[in-house]
Design a protein. Structure first.
Length: 80
């Protein structure tokens, strides 16, 4: 595995948990999602110039909100 600068860090094992105390490069997070071959996705983030990015593969708003609420509940459970 290498970071965004091409530095090899073979001793780093990505954790699959929801909580981290250190920032993770977006490419690493997105590559992890691609490896899982997800059926539905929601991607939310900020660009370097501060613009929000939002995209989803789900064709209707209520199901997007359902997925976001499930993720929110899982995050709250992890924090407790």
């Amino acid at each position: 595995m290498s970071d965004d600068n091409g530095v090899v860090d073979d001793n780093v094992v990505p954790l699959r948990g929801l909580i981290t105390r250190l920032p993770i490069p977006p490419k690493r997070v997105l590559n992890g999602a691609l490896e899982r071959e997800l059926e539905d996705v929601v991607v939310i983030g900020w660009s370097a110039d501060g613009d929000m990015y939002f995209a989803t593969s789900i064709p209707d708003g209520p199901n997007v909100m359902w997925l976001l609420e499930l993720a929110r509940n899982n995050l709250i459970k992890e924090v407790d």
